[in-house]
Design a protein around this ligand. Structure first.
Ligand SMILES: [Zn+2]
Length: 57
């Protein structure tokens, strides 16, 4: 099974159930970054997302 890169926004924001999951890390990061900016008004760098917020499953 290939690994998938995943952001579970519910861990970051209790009222949000958004989940990003993709086998393509750059795609997962882009989707997560867009979501954080558009929905939560927060800017994260790719490195922040990769190291602090995302997990591989
Ligand atoms: Zn969210």
């Amino acid at each position: 099974m290939p690994q998938a890169h995943r952001l579970d926004c519910e861990k970051e924001a209790a009222d949000c159930r958004f989940i990003v999951q993709s086998e393509d890390e750059s795609e997962a990061i882009e989707l997560a970054r867009n979501h954080m900016r558009e929905v939560h008004g927060q800017e994260f760098t790719d490195d922040d997302l990769r190291h602090e917020h995302m997990e591989t499953v």
